[in-house]
Design a protein around this ligand. Sequence first.
Ligand code: NAX
Length: 324
Amino acid sequence: MSSPIRVLITGAAGQIGYSLIPLVASGQVFGADQPVIIHLLDIEFMAGVLNGVVMEINDCAYPLVKSIVATTNEAEGFKDIDAAFLVGSMPRREGMERKDLLAANVKIFKSQGKALADHSNPNVKVLVVGNPANTNALIAAKYAAPKIPITSFTAMTRLDQNRAANQFAAKHGAAVKEVSRVIIWGNHSSTQFPDVSNALLRGEKAPFDGHDDAFIQLIQKRGAAVIAARKLSSAMSAAKAAADHMHDWWNGTTEWVSMGVVSDGNKYNAPEGVIFSFPVTIDSKTKEWKIVDDVPLDDVAKQRLKLTGDELLEERTEALAATN
Ligand code: NAX
């Protein structure tokens, strides 16, 4: 058995947290022989609920869970952590303007960025799930620098990838495991570009006769469709995607996966200095991600990348204005 790692889940009293904890505690993310010390952070108002979650983790009797740190104190929550799922964020309330939502989240992710720098393992891997995920990741990275490199911050677009892969497989009468190279480009928002123009079916290039707007919109609006049906936002699927994302970052990939990572301005005309979702591969030894090079893009795809990149620039401008 290896020595335990410390894994933080913020928003741990919320619905994604509730579905994510079992995946982390059972070894599905970091490995079946990797003990974990689970850190759970939420806000003071949720302390009682958080306590109930701790009772349930204990009642699950997970062999890999060495101990639990459940807290509403950021310094304690971020202390010595090796991996972080930043799920907790300010939800959009009725009548709230986008810029107010951004400002509320900037406050949270600025503070958590500082807490990462001050208290966490400098090699920590940070996955931001809380929306607006890409821009929240950027703000956390800004305030964690220079102690923690921006390459250690990623934003989740894996749920969009999983949704697209599943729909694409269904469309072709295939099993989802027979599908690969389905890509999510850009922002985790309705401007994201789910791209199947390079997808493989059973290892062969899948037939492609132009971008299918209905398919693209289905993926872009899937979150809203789940809310309409369930009266609650995606939680089980979001937790599974967060687990997939962190699993692949920790263990390395055999296939392309989509992740929001920092753009250096040199790939696919994505704007420099935003967290943009690209197809990446991850080296199992170094745990470093690398953007896949030379993915062919037609003009329609290039326009869609521009649209979502422009949105990320706008979000960055608004978020940076709110940091002051
Ligand atoms: P819930 O409202 O069920 O839970 C959020 C939890 O975060 C609450 O317990 C709340 O008290 C806590 N919280 C708020 N501020 C906090 C802070 N400063 N520190 C610690 N905890 C804090 O929401 P849930 O359904 O779990 O969703 C969480 C976030 O994931 C939302 O921002 C949501 O928009 C986002 N999502 C992102 C997805 C993605 O693909 N990137 C998809 C799923 C999900 O919609």
